[in-house]
Ligand binder design. Structure first.
Ligand code: ADP
Ligand code: MG
Length: 445
């Protein structure tokens, strides 16, 4: 870069933005930016921090391409926030209705179906469910913060709301808030605009319990992260309960070290895909809620074909139920194929195999694959084997019996024992947590 003058670079960037953005987007976000020509390094004058956030969130790479980048993939650019100097002409016009978003402290919607009663437990989520129950019955006294991570549609939001329901009914005096990270950010934006950030700070820092959904949306949003982190620290220092959900474990989030360290203070727990038996139970529970009868056989048939996320299972019940009701049909395998066949295909079987897990664990822990399958009991081998079993149970949505037998014909109780032992160990062993995380990334790569 910089064979061009800054002005030329900037106008080329604008040209690209015109192609990329919708007209409204361009007018709202890009057009108000001005290039400062006061120095040799590029500086953009932005009307407020949100324009900067927007640019960095959406066009970081492009900015780097045009303006060059610093070490950490940051564009070599300065942002100068400045109030628009131009006064709005004081024309007499009808007062515009203020489009006001209600700040979050006045509203909180808990999904009424997301209760502990409606949460079906199985080996993949038993532990996390009991941790959530513990937090709900004695907030601030068991695991704090509680950090729940796992893929899409596995019940994280459900559990968060379930805690909320218990707090609402059993701890009436406690002040709590259940909020999405987007909600927190919107709220902050609202208060910044209304110059009432102090009010928001006071509200959040006076809570007894804070439930935050989808913290991954705080990534790359530095200003918001700092405010969130301050709130977090204030609460946790007073033993106020915090529960956070995320699609990744703390160490994999692109957040500040400080924030990651805070989140790892308490219990970090993973929620995995339920095994096939639990999926059957979930299907039947959802069908029952909808007043639709699903035989064991058919529930099994569906559960065997849908294994990626629970939301899809729910979608399958809804679709099948509606179809059978409309057509006055019984749900048979044929009917299922006709109505859900395309859902089955849309879940490509990117299954993790026991072999894959053994290969990764073997190289990570320096133990041979045959030892992992075998029954030697020396400490290193036994530990690595238990870790492989733990991972297999977490990552493979098959019955425990089937998984255990792939470990050289072990029993399902052995696998369950190994899983429990490793899960327990993970509560306090940071090193193990990182090792398992790395192995897992390797397996899933
Ligand atoms: P996430 O927040 O992890 O993406 P959700 O909590 O939104 O997932 O769950 C997706 C859907 O699946 C919800 O309707 C929820 O009720 C349902 N669900 C997930 N896990 C379970 C479970 N173990 N038992 C019953 N329903 C579940
Ligand atoms: Mg969710």
């Amino acid at each position: 870069m910089l064979t061009h003058s800054l002005e030329e670079t900037w106008s080329e960037f604008l040209r690209l933005m015109k192609e990329r953005c919708s007209r409204v987007e361009y007018a709202n976000w890009i057009a108000p930016i001005q290039l400062s020509t006061e120095s040799d390094t590029a500086a953009l004058l932005v009307p407020n921090v949100f324009v900067r956030e927007y640019l960095l969130d959406n066009y970081r790479e492009e900015l780097c391409t045009f303006f060059g980048s610093l070490k950490k993939g940051e564009p070599d650019l300065q942002f100068v926030v400045q109030e628009l100097k131009q006064e709005q002409p004081k024309v007499i016009s009808k007062p515009r209705p203020r489009i006001e978003k209600v700040p979050v402290e006045q509203e909180m919607k808990l999904n009424e179906n997301y209760t502990f009663d409606h949460f079906i437990e199985g080996p993949s989520n038993q532990f996390i469910k009991s941790a959530c129950l513990g937090v709900a019955s004695k907030p601030g006294k068991s695991y704090n913060p509680l950090f729940i991570h796992g893929g899409v549609g596995l019940g994280k939001t459900h559990l968060l709301h379930a805690i909320g329901h218990v707090l609402k009914s059993q701890h009436k005096k406690l002040r709590f808030q259940c909020i999405t990270t987007e909600g927190f950010i919107n709220d902050l934006v609202f208060h910044l605009r209304n110059k009432s950030v102090d009010k928001m700070k006071k509200y959040f820092r006076n809570l007894d319990v804070l439930l935050v959904d989808d913290i991954q949306f705080l990534q790359n949003r530095l200003n918001f992260e700092e405010e969130f982190c301050n709130t977090f620290e204030t609460l946790i220092n007073q033993n106020k309960q915090i529960v956070i959900t995320s699609d990744k474990p703390p160490g994999q989030l692109k957040l500040s070290e400080r924030m990651i360290a805070r989140m790892e203070w308490g219990l970090v727990a993973h929620i995995g895909m339920p095994d096939v038996e639990t999926r059957v139970a979930i299907l039947q529970h959802k069908a029952e809620q909808k007043g639709f009868k699903l035989s064991n056989h058919i529930a099994f048939y569906i559960a065997e074909h849908i294994f990626n996320n629970v939301r899809q299972l729910e979608g399958a019940v809804n679709r099948l139920g509606a179809y059978c009701r409309l057509m006055h049909l019984e749900a048979t395998e044929e009917v299922v194929d006709n109505t859900l066949g395309e859902m089955f295909q849309s879940t490509p079987q990117k299954r993790v195999s026991v072999d894959r897990i053994l290969t990764s664990v073997s190289s990570m822990f320096n133990v041979s694959e045959s030892d992992l399958r075998g029954s030697k009991r020396s400490k290193d081998i036994a530990t690595a084997r238990q870790i492989a079993m733990y991972l297999a149970k977490e990552l493979i949505g098959e019955s425990l019996t089937k998984i255990a037998s792939a470990f050289g014909g072990k029993k399902h109780s052995t696998l369950l024992h190994a899983w429990k032992k490793v899960s327990k160990e993970l509560e306090n062993n940071e090193r193990l947590r990182r090792q398992i995380q790395m192995t897992r990334q390797n397996i899933e790569a």
